[in-house]
Design a protein around this ligand. Structure first.
Ligand code: GDP
Length: 424
């Protein structure tokens, strides 16, 4: 069984929690894109964990975790993340963590370039997480990046260092007038943070193919979400990688395998970190109230998230892009405080109501159309069966299911692992 767990909205839907829960039925959890630019927060019996690079399956003893070739890996960040988990008693060995030899290495100069560019942009900045993600993906496609597998072939790698450093300095020194990168600091980075990771590096495509043949269940865990996808998202306010479920087999290293299922994670309201058009956005008191109720601050950066009500137009588009067979509706409990709940059911563009998500540039001219439904106004976080939910909450779930035209198979009502309702 090959399943992708992906985000339907702008990210931060609670994918980490759901992967953590679902991983009980999987032998392998594999990240297939992105880097340490987002964070999954997982709360379970072992504690509270923020995972930026490691798959959420790392918190389960018997799950093998894979960092796929579509990823970009900051070696220092990974080393520190592994260290933090080990301090909490989490076992991480080459047996339960495998890093693709095709994955690209995020270098300290990528992080520096990311910061230099955001500073240059000043008030026109993109809201980058400054983790070097755009510069490293750019280098990947320029064929000037280092890959994990090169750590196993140091002669080839070291021969490229001088040329790449020279080339990078054309931009860093020539363009940004910043201090040059040196060959020595690059070699030092590989020695300090690359060498110890060598035992974990392998051909994860081969590993996953063999595991699949042996009948193992494999889950692909996406970072970010449909509206942040480099091709289908709100470009240029997107991430630099493909967050789409269909990319999972490619980014994991198994382009020959087909997904059996795509499960979308969709939030009961909307949040968006950083810049870019966000049609259904709340401002002022309405925003502060929802942000406080949902604790909407970025896991990786601590930045306050922009918030708004559930957006049917964007979510339907997200479901289509992800080819979602079913969705999990998360954070329903956060809406318990409201007497009436707003839903964005359409966008008004040039005097017309549209229901399909437009080309991103048109979003700047769209106005949200809000409709109101009755709230339930009571705590639902202890509910574990659908019948236990108040009628208004059940109606809200049914309404979103109908408006989005996709089955809602689970509803999450709290941050804890078991705070989930499986629908009949
Ligand atoms: P991810 O990147 O998609 O995994 O999302 P984040 O981890 O950034 O944000 C999700 C946050 O919401 C985390 O702190 C989760 O523990 C929490 N969370 C997930 N599902 C629920 C839920 O149903 N209710 C509540 N209250 N919190 C949830």
């Amino acid at each position: 069984m090959l399943t992708a767990i992906c985000g339907i909205n702008w990210g931060d839907e609670g994918k980490g929690k759901m992967v953590d829960l679902f991983s009980a039925d999987y032998d392998i959890v594999c990240r297939y894109q992105g880097g340490n630019n987002a964070g999954h927060t997982v709360i379970n019996d072992k504690g509270k964990f923020i995972l930026n690079l490691l798959p959420s399956g790392i918190l389960r003893e018997d799950v093998v975790n894979v960092l796929g070739g579509g990823m970009v890996i900051d070696l220092k960040h990974l080393t520190e993340e592994m260290g933090r988990l080990r301090e909490h008693g989490i076992r991480i060995t080459p047996e339960n963590l495998k890093i693709s030899d095709r994955a690209v290495i995020t270098m300290p100069y990528h992080v520096r370039l990311d910061c230099l560019e955001e500073e240059r942009l000043a008030d026109k900045k993109f809201g980058s997480t400054r983790r070097g993600i755009a510069p490293v993906y750019a280098d990947k496609y320029m064929k000037k990046a280092f890959r994990m597998g090169e750590l196993l072939h140091p002669d080839v790698m070291y021969a490229r260092v001088k040329d790449i450093v020279e080339w990078k300095n054309l931009t860093i020194v020539g363009g940004y007038h910043s201090d040059p990168v040196t060959v020595e600091e690059v070699l030092e980075y590989f020695k300090t943070y690359g060498e110890p990771l060598k035992p974990y590096i392998c051909d994860t495509g081969l590993y996953l193919n063999e595991a699949n043949k042996a009948g193992k269940n494999i889950m692909f865990e996406a970072q970010l979400a449909a509206l942040r996808d480099i091709d289908f998202g709100i470009y240029p306010y997107t991430s630099s990688s493909s967050t789409i479920a269909a990319y999972a087999p490619v980014g994991a290293g198994v382009p020959n395998l087909k997904l059996d299922k795509s499960i979308g994670i969709m939030k009961a309201y909307s949040t968006c970190v950083g810049e870019g058009p966000f049609v259904a956005e709340y401002f002022g008191e309405a925003a502060e109230r929802l942000r406080a109720l949902g604790g909407e601050y970025g896991a990786a950066t601590g930045r306050p998230r922009r918030v708004g009500p559930f957006d049917v137009v964007a979510s339907r588009y997200g479901i289509r892009c992800q080819g979602a067979d079913e969705v999990v509706l998360t954070k329903l409990d956060i809406l318990s405080d409201y007497d009436e709940i707003e839903i964005c059911t359409g966008y008004e563009l040039n005097g017309k109501i549209i229901k399909e998500f437009p080309y991103p540039d048109a979003l700047n001219y769209c106005k949200p159309v809000f409709e109101k439904v009755k709230g339930w106004h009571c705590d639902i976080s202890a509910c574990r069966r659908e019948e236990e939910l108040p009628e208004a909450a059940r109606d809200y779930v049914r309404l979103l299911e109908k408006l989005c035209d996709c089955r809602i198979s689970y509803v999450a009502v709290g941050a804890e692992r078991d705070a989930v309702i499986k629908r009949g």
